[in-house]
Write a protein that binds this ligand. Sequence first.
Ligand code: FMN
Ligand SMILES: CCCCCCC(=O)C(=O)O
Length: 334
Amino acid sequence: MSQCVCVSDFEERARKVLPKAVYDYYRSGADEQRTLHDNVEAFSRWCLVPRVLRDVSSVDMSLSVLGQKLSMPVCVASTAMQRMAHPTGRWPQPEVQYVHYTIEGGPGGVLWMQLYIYKDRELSLSLVRRAEQAGYQAIFLTVDTPYLGRRWDDVRNRFKLPSHLSYGEDSGLSVYVSKAIDPSLSWEDVLWLKAHTQLPVILKGILTEDARQAVDCGVDGILVSNHGARQLDGVPATLDVLSEVVQAVAGRCDVYLDGGVRKGTDVLKALALGAKAVFIGRPVLWGLACQGHDWTILDEPSGLIYPQPSRCPYEPPCRNRMACRVNGVRGEAC
Ligand SMILES: Cc1cc2nc3c(=O)[nH]c(=O)nc-3n(C[C@H](O)[C@H](O)[C@H](O)COP(=O)(O)O)c2cc1C
Ligand SMILES: CCCCCCC(=O)C(=O)O
């Protein structure tokens, strides 16, 4: 692992370790992936103009976000299907993480829950209640996914969820999303959610002056995000619209950013343009995949290949089919 010094090193290692369909699912953006590239390139277009002769012998990067103290303004974005990269789906243990495989089984640290609003509102509310009871401190409502974006590699690979992660359907993710997630979501639903929880609500997926309307609805924060360019191709890079959103918000709530953040100077640029903190998505997945580098690789009947640990990685043993295969007995508890 010593020769991995930057995110692209980890990505290259992950590309070798992960099954192709999994790597492609993680890496892909929508359509021609113009926005995917632009999210990263935008950080090169903006330059840092450093001031000098400031005492930097002791630097404190900590901050308070929504009443929680963070050691630095870098948080982990919600990325689905982390268990395709590692069976626990949660390595390394980040300070802020808002996705893992049960709501209650989160790691320590500050936990924020990412929520999609389902057609079944009771289901959505039950997730909110579980998050409240499990000690989550905020809800990120994703507002840019009325339907799943079209990712060409997923279509080419006929990407399906592996059986041990299945949502109960033998179909692609986009079919699941179109059946489950409510595409009629509107500003009224933001008010509805605010009325049903005391937790701060952050809208994830705002790129425009919609931010003003969000603040009028009483949201507690805005995450400037284009979903890692996985939804609409051709939208601007998040860094390029950050100032516009910050201006529209005019200090009435926090503004965060994700999309293309790959190194410390990217973080500085986002903060300089008004973000309070940034979130990183894919880099965490590459790190997660590299931690599993010593797994043996097995063929799946589906045609996909999944990393296989040499012993049950769960504490306590997970008793699922994947772990059973460690013992060579498919379909029985380990
Ligand atoms: C594999 C993958 C799965 C994702 N799943 C979700 C999700 O379930 N919900 C969500 O709101 N955003 C999801 N996102 C978007 C991320 O939260 C985040 O906006 C994006 O990854 C940030 O861009 P970056 O990957 O360039 O850092 C996902 C992103 C990736 C790469
Ligand atoms: C309710 C499950 C939705 C998974 C969506 C995954 C996602 O957002 C992605 O970008 O992929």
